[in-house]
Design a protein around this ligand. Structure first.
Ligand code: WT7
Length: 630
C-alpha cells in the first residue's frame, strides 16, 4: 500500500487527451516558442503584444533596458480597460456574462460585459467629478463584490493609480497604506459577511482615517438593509454612479504609466508598495490566462483569491477580463456553512477552470473526501495552485478527489513583484507533483549560489530571473532604493527571495523563502513587521518571530518574547500581545504561539539569529554559530 502511494507521488502525469484537444498550445509548442522567446525576445513579445492587445497608438520599441530600469512597448498608448471591456463589446460580447457573484446566503448576481462597461464608465465619471485625475492614488478597501471590480476598473479607466488593501487588515495597517500612498479618496463598503457574521469594513476605514486630515473623501457601497447617514466627506457609491453618464472615454495611457500599487511584506518592518505599469502587466496577465489556464470562450473560470492580493488583481480582474472570460467571484469563507460549499459551487456553476491555494486544498483534505464526493465535478478541466509550495500528498489529493484523475494541475509560481505567472507547466506538458515546473515564455529562471553561479541539477540554491520580463515591477512606491535591491543582491539578476532546485528536465521545485519572510496560508508576512507589532505592547522589551511548519497553513507563527523588567509572564499577557498584533496588522499575522524567554540568540552586531531560534525549536542541528554573542 505504502509503495503504491510512493509510486503515485513520484509519477509523471501526462495530460489526458480530452484536455489536449481543447488547448491553445499543443504538445511541442512550448519548446519551440520558449526558445524563440529567449533568443529573440523583442520579435516574440512585439508580435504577441500586437496580436493580443488593442493599441491606441503602436509602440515604437519593444524593450529598453538600462540596468536596473527597463521599459516595455516604449511609446505605445493604450488603456487596460479598453482591452478588458470595449473591445469585447465591439466583438459582439455585450451580452456575455463577465461576472457571476455568489455569497454565503446563496444570493446571486450577474453582470454582462455591456453592463460592466457602463457601470465602470459611470463610476469613472463619478471619480472625475470628485476631482480624481490621472496619476492620483485611490485606496480601495472592499469585500469580494462586483462594486469592487467596478471601482478598480474605473480607476484604470481614468489613469488613477489604485491601491487595493485586503479587507482583513487592521485599521492601523490600512492607515499606513493610505498615508504612504497619499490617497485622497478611499472606497469601501459597509460590511462583508464571513461565517455568517457581519464584519463592518466601513468602521475599519473610519478608524483608519480618524487622524488623517479631513480632506479625504470616503465612498461607501451600501448593502442591503443599510441606512447610513453620510458625513460631509462621505459619498454613496451607487448614487455617485447613477448620477453620471455611461460614456467615459478611456485615458490613453503610456505603456509605462503606473497602473497600480499593491503593498506587500518584505524583510523590514514597513510594507512596500509594488508598482506595476499598464501595457506589460496587461500582456502578461492576458497571455498567461490564455496559455496556462487555457480559458476557452464558453468556460467558467473561478480563481478563489481575494482581489486584495496580487492573485486577485491578475486572475480575478485583469487577465481573464482581457481574455473576455466569464468569471465567478464568491464572498465568504470556503467551508461555511459546511466544507462542501466550494464543491457545491463548482457543481452548480459548472466551473471549468479552478485556481486556489495549497492551504485551501490541505484544509479540504482534512475535512475528508465525503464532502467532495457528493458533487458532480465533471465540468473541471484545469486546476491551478498558487501561493506556497504544494506538497506532493496535497497535489495527489487534488488530482484524485477534485480532478478525478482527468484534469491537469498547473502549479504556478510567481509573486506580487512579477505581476503574472513566471514558472508553471503548461497544460500540454507532463505534470510532476510538488514541482512548479518550467519557466514561462521570456522567463530565464535559474538556481544559483550567492555569487550568481548556476548550480548543478537537484541542488538547492537561490531562484533568480536573468532579465526583465514584461510584467516585472517597475518600482517601489516612493522608494527606488528598495526597487534596486531586487536587481543587485545576486549578480545583476532579479532575486526572488526563494530557495529552489531544478531537476534534469529543467522542472523547478520551490522550497520556500530564503529571507525573513513567512508564508502563512500563502500570505506573505514579514517577521520584522510582526516583531515590531509585538514590541509596541507596553510590557514587551524585545521579540523574535519564526515560522514553524504547519499541516494546513504551510507555516505558523511562533514568537519569542522578552518582557520588560519586573513584568510577570502570564497567559493573560500572551492574549494581550496577540490582541496587539491583531490591532496593528490584522488577524492573519497573529502568532499561534508565544513563549516568554530571558534572552534571544544574537550576533555580535546585535542581529537576532532567527535561524538558530528556529533550529532549536524544531530540534534540528543549529549550524554555524561562530558569530553568535551569547
Ligand atoms: C511568494 C510570493 C503570487 C501569488 C500569491 C503570493 C510563494 C507563490 C508559489 C508556488 C511555491 C510559491 C513564494 C513567493 N509562492 N507561488 N506555486 N510554489 N511557492 O504572492 O504574496 O507576492 O508571495 O509566494 O515564496 O516568493 P506573494
Amino acid at each position: 500500500m505504502e509503495n503504491e502511494i510512493l509510486l503515485k507521488l513520484n509519477k509523471v502525469y501526462e495530460p489526458p487527451t480530452n484536455i489536449l484537444d481543447t488547448l491553445f498550445l499543443k504538445k511541442g509548442d512550448y519548446e519551440k516558442l520558449y526558445k524563440e522567446s529567449i533568443e529573440n525576445p523583442e520579435a516574440f513579445w512585439g508580435n504577441i503584444a500586437e496580436n493580443e492587445l488593442f493599441w491606441f497608438s503602436k509602440f515604437e520599441k519593444v524593450m529598453e533596458w538600462n540596468h536596473p530600469k527597463y521599459q516595455w512597448f516604449v511609446g505605445g498608448k493604450m488603456n487596460i480597460t479598453y482591452n478588458c471591456l470595449d473591445r469585447h463589446i465591439k466583438n459582439g460580447k455585450r451580452n456575455k456574462v463577465a461576472y457571476i457573484y455568489t455569497n454565503e446566503d446563496n444570493q446571486e448576481a450577474k453582470i454582462t460585459y455591456g453592463e460592466l462597461f457602463e457601470s465602470v464608465c459611470r463610476f469613472a465619471n463619478g471619480l472625475k467629478s470628485l476631482g480624481v485625475k490621472k496619476g492620483d492614488t485611490v485606496t480601495i478597501n472592499m469585500p469580494m463584490m462586483i462594486e469592487q471590480i467596478i471601482a478598480v476598473l474605473a480607476c484604470a479607466r481614468i489613469g488613477a493609480i489604485h491601491s487595493v488593501v485586503f479587507g482583513g487588515f487592521s485599521p492601523q495597517a490600512l492607515k499606513i497604506r493610505i498615508q504612504d500612498a497619499n490617497s485622497k479618496v478611499v472606497i469601501t463598503s459597509s460590511w462583508t459577511k464571513r461565517r455568517g457574521k457581519k464584519i463592518f469594513l466601513k468602521s475599519i476605514v473610519d478608524e483608519a482615517v480618524e487622524d488623517i486630515p479631513k480632506d479625504i473623501k470616503i465612498i461607501v457601497a451600501q448593502r442591503e438593509g443599510d441606512f447610513y447617514e453620510y458625513l460631509e466627506n462621505e459619498i454613496d457609491f451607487h448614487k455617485l454612479m447613477e448620477s453620471q453618464s455611461p460614456v467615459c472615454e478611456p485615458e490613453w495611457m503610456d505603456s509605462e504609466d503606473p497602473l497600480f500599487i499593491l503593498y506587500t511584506s518584505g524583510t523590514t518592518g514597513k510594507p512596500k508598495g509594488v508598482l506595476h505599469s499598464c501595457a506589460g502587466y496587461n500582456l502578461q496577465t492576458h497571455i498567461t490566462s490564455k496559455y496556462i489556464f487555457n480559458i476557452n470562450e464558453d468556460d467558467i473560470f473561478w480563481c478563489t483569491a481575494d482581489i486584495g492580493w496580487i492573485t486577485g488583481h491578475s486572475y480575478v480582474v485583469y487577465g481573464p477580463l482581457s481574455l473576455g472570460a466569464t468569471i465567478l467571484i464568491v464572498e465568504g469563507a470556503p467551508d461555511y456553512p459546511d466544507p462542501g460549499r466550494w464543491w457545491k459551487i463548482v457543481d452548480k456553476y459548472r466551473v471549468n477552470v479552478f485556481y486556489t491555494s495549497p492551504t485551501a486544498i490541505r484544509m479540504f483534505m482534512k475535512h475528508g473526501v465525503s464532502w467532495t464526493q457528493k458533487f458532480d465535478l465533471s465540468s473541471l478541466k484545469i486546476l491551478g495552485t498558487v501561493g506556497e509550495p504544494i506538497n506532493p500528498e496535497a497535489w495527489l489529493w487534488y488530482y484524485e478527489n477534485i480532478g478525478r484523475n482527468r484534469c491537469v494541475i498547473v502549479d504556478t509560481w510567481w509573486q506580487t513583484e512579477t505581476g503574472g505567472h513566471m514558472i508553471s507547466t503548461l497544460p500540454s506538458l507532463p505534470q510532476k507533483p510538488g514541482k512548479a515546473g518550467l519557466p514561462f515564455f521570456g522567463v530565464k529562471a535559474e538556481v544559483v549560489n550567492k555569487k550568481g553561479e548556476i548550480l548543478p541539477p537537484n541542488t538547492v540554491g537561490f531562484l533568480i530571473i536573468e532579465k526583465p520580463w514584461v510584467s516585472a515591477l517597475r518600482n517601489c512606491w516612493g522608494d527606488e532604493e528598495r526597487f534596486k535591491q531586487y536587481w543587485s543582491e545576486i549578480g545583476n539578476f532579479y532575486f526572488a527571495g526563494d530557495l529552489a532546485a531544478k531537476d534534469e528536465d529543467g522542472y523547478i521545485m520551490i522550497l520556500g523563502r530564503a529571507d525573513d519572510v513567512l508564508s502563512v496560508s500563502g500570505h506573505r508576512i514579514g517577521t520584522a513587521e510582526v516583531e515590531s507589532a509585538i514590541v509596541s505592547h507596553k510590557s514587551v522589551a524585545e521579540a523574535a518571530v519564526i515560522g514553524k511548519p504547519h499541516e494546513i497553513k504551510g507555516e505558523s507563527i511562533k514568537a519569542f518574547v522578552i518582557l520588560k523588567k519586573d513584568i510577570e509572564p502570564s497567559e493573560d499577557l500572551k492574549r494581550e500581545i496577540k490582541f496587539q498584533v491583531r490591532k496593528e496588522l490584522g488577524s492573519l499575522a497573529v502568532p499561534d504561539e508565544i513563549e516568554f524567554v530571558e534572552t534571544l540568540y544574537k550576533t555580535r552586531s546585535g542581529k537576532i539569529m532567527r535561524r538558530v531560534l528556529k533550529a532549536r525549536e524544531l530540534g534540528q542541528p543549529i549550524g554555524d554559530i561562530s558569530t553568535l554573542e551569547d
